[in-house]
Design a protein around this ligand. Structure first.
Ligand code: ADP
Ligand code: MG
Length: 266
């Protein structure tokens, strides 16, 4: 059964999409079968995976709002992971979902059909705690929270932790905080170490040991529609996400492909 992670933080620009695309590619490099779901109407994870968001036949919208079988929304990427792409249509899904039955659990029900095809399903959430994010949190086993070590970051985290607690108490009692990931990390900044220490104190071993450094290759790669691993595999950013994939695999030893293929058979 796949492990499903929602990559969430209602703050924009903290590295959610960068983490999704690069973690997906790094898990594939570790022979894991991965499905990435772009639930952000901005479609950045779609573009960053080399798929044109303006030229989609189907997308996550059709899965959520029209109950299209999930297999029919999956496309493969050159980096070896599968993708359910997203674009502006997801904004309509967000509104339409409000009037539908079982609106929080649409994604969870849809994903049940492919749960033994993948080792990991990674969901890129929009920068808000809206119905799309709630669908991701209801479908997920764990929430991966990317954050920058800056002063207001901790304040923003409490709203997300409250939402996670609410979902635990209602739709998804097994939901866990999978991990807190420090992104755009600059150890020379004294505030960084201060915030880091607070995160360590509050989240303990749920704080990933891997930190993602600020690295220009990570920012450049999306304009080529590639994860950093396929753009400059020796870059600090690519290497950091490989380390994160290893750390996650160590936490989930069961999520290991029984076959050595890194691509799911469609
Ligand atoms: P979010 O999805 O949370 O809005 P993104 O992943 O899109 O955040 O990142 C915001 C911006 O910062 C993007 O332009 C991205 O390329 C850049 N970025 C993300 N992580 C890094 C990093 N570690 N080093 C340098 N730039 C980064
Ligand atoms: Mg994003």
């Amino acid at each position: 059964m796949s492990k499903i992670f929602a990559v969430a933080n209602q703050k924009g620009g903290v590295g959610k999409t960068t983490t999704c695309v690069n973690l997906a590619a790094s898990l594939v490099a570790n022979k894991r079968r991965v499905l990435l779901i772009d639930l952000d109407p901005q479609g950045n994870a779609t573009m960053g995976s080399g798929v044109d968001k303006s030229d989609l036949e189907v997308s996550g919208y059709d899965v959520l709002a029209a109950e299209l079988p999930v297999e029919q929304a999956i496309v493969s990427t050159e980096s070896g992971f599968d993708l359910i792409p997203g674009n502006g249509d997801l904004s309509a899904a967000e509104v339409e979902l409000l009037n539908l039955d079982g609106r929080e659990s649409r994604l969870r029900r849809a994903l049940a059909a492919v749960s033994n095809r993948y080792d990991y399903v990674i969901i890129d959430c929009p920068p808000s705690l809206n119905m799309l994010t709630v669908n991701a949190l209801c479908a997920a086993h764990g929430v991966l929270i990317p954050m920058q070590c800056e002063y207001y970051a901790l304040e923003g985290l409490s709203a997300l932790v409250d939402t996670i607690t609410q979902i635990q108490q209602t739709a998804n009692p097994d939901l866990k905080i999978e991990g807190i990931l420090r992104t755009m990390y600059d150890p020379r900044n004294s505030l960084t170490s201060e915030v880091s220490a607070q995160l360590q104190e509050f989240f303990g071993d749920r704080l990933y040991r891997t930190c993602i450094p600020r690295n220009v290759r990570l920012a450049e790669a999306p304009s080529f529609g590639k994860p950093a691993l396929d753009y400059d595999r020796h870059s600090k950013g690519a290497i950091a996400y490989l380390a994160l994939a290893c750390e996650i695999n160590r936490r989930h030893p069961a999520s290991q492909s029984s076959n050595k293929k890194n691509r799911p058979v469609a």
